[in-house]
Write a protein that binds this ligand. Structure first.
Ligand code: NCD
Length: 340
């Protein structure tokens, strides 16, 4: 795809060459994410960060990524604090905001809403998550992490074996990641969910039709054998018709060190898009895994900064000049250890 000036709404927009390009730019920007140098290449540019659903890392890492390229960030974080609460349409909001911004990141609870917003926007829009539908930047940072973790073990993405675990019905990060992985060669997908939270049927068929191996499991212990990566997810309780229904699923699958040791191959990489639900009735990813060197969740979040910087650099067409605006860092920074 031609990134310059384009909105990023769905991973369907990408082919393998596009992904390789994003990762190449991300690698090139590592020096700035690690605060070894600073760049002011986006000085004067404005990002509007519109988050109409809860978010910590997606919102803050998009903002930090833009700042690290020298740009400024404006934010709205709640529907009730914006004019959407007064009945303003997405169309009007988009027309207005695109006059104030050079790029917009938007998260919204309704599937398809970010695409609708982007239609009316005069500047590129990046999807920060639209309901249960898609979360492209998360899938890209997950794939970037998978690539790095596999490379450390001398493996490639082709022929990957991955278990996707938990709420596969509502989990948008899983939906986008599956579609991205489907671009590679012969992936084995273990789809591990409680009955009722299976991956949407069209997506399962898409994976099968593309020639991948798809196995469905309703128990954690059987689904996590013999894979390279475990991708654990939270029960997306905010998407269920009622809290009672969500409660029926919470806590059914809990990965901890004992289960990992008993059922997984040594060095199986553990991923999670975060946040993990650490409340007593959930705990899908136990904190007793925190010392396990195969727990990659904080490497994922570090990588999120790089991938989001790369998306901004590509969309705003500064990849070739970014180093021309660089200078040394003058303060103490602990982030030089970022390149984990
Ligand atoms: C995910 C999301 O919002 O879809 N979080 C994130 O962006 N890292 C996953 C989740 O909320 O469970």
């Amino acid at each position: 795809m031609d990134f310059v000036g384009s909105s990023i709404i769905s991973v369907d927009q990408f082919d393998r060459g596009d992904i390789a390009r994003i990762f190449e730019v991300a690698d090139d920007l590592r020096t700035y994410a690690a605060r070894e140098r600073i760049t002011r290449v986006l000085e004067g540019a404005v990002l509007s960060n519109m988050f109409f659903e809860p978010s910590t890392r997606t919102r803050l890492s998009f903002g930090a990524a833009f700042n690290l390229l020298g740009g400024e960030v404006r934010e709205t974080t709640e529907v009730k604090a914006s004019s959407l609460a007064k009945g303003e349409s997405l169309y009007d909001t988009a027309r207005v905001l695109s006059g104030y911004s050079d790029v917009i990141v938007m998260r919204h609870p309704t599937a398809g809403s970010v695409a609708e917003f982007a239609e009316a926007s005069r500047v590129p829009v990046i999807n920060g998550g639209d309901g249960p539908n898609e979360h492209p930047s998360q899938a890209l940072l997950d794939l970037y992490t998978i690539r790095a973790e596999l490379a450390a073990q001398g493996k490639k993405i082709d022929n990957l074996k991955i278990a996707l675990i938990g709420d596969l019905k509502y989990g948008r990060a899983v939906h986008s990641l599956c579609k991205l992985l489907a671009l590679y060669g012969r992936i084995t997908f273990h789809l591990v969910s409680p009955p009722g939270l299976e991956i949407p049927e069209p997506l399962a068929s898409q994976l099968q039709d593309a020639g991948h191996v798809v196995r469905v499991y309703n128990e954690l212990e059987t689904g996590i054998n013999n894979v390279d990566i475990l991708y654990v997810t939270r029960t997306q309780e905010e998407r269920f018709p009622s809290q009672e229904e969500a409660n029926r699923y919470k806590g059914l699958f809990r990965l901890n060190q004992a289960i990992y040791t008993q059922f997984c191959e040594p060095n199986t990489v553990i991923m999670h898009p975060l946040p993990r639900d650490s409340r007593a009735d959930a705990q899908e990813l136990d904190t007793d895994l925190n010392q396990n060197p195969n727990l990659a969740v904080f490497r994922q979040t570090d990588n999120g900064l790089l991938v989001r910087m790369a998306l901004f650099a590509l969309v705003l067409d500064v990849t070739e000049v970014v180093h021309d605006y660089a200078r040394p860092v003058t303060w103490f920074t602990a982030n030089r250890s970022l390149s984990t």
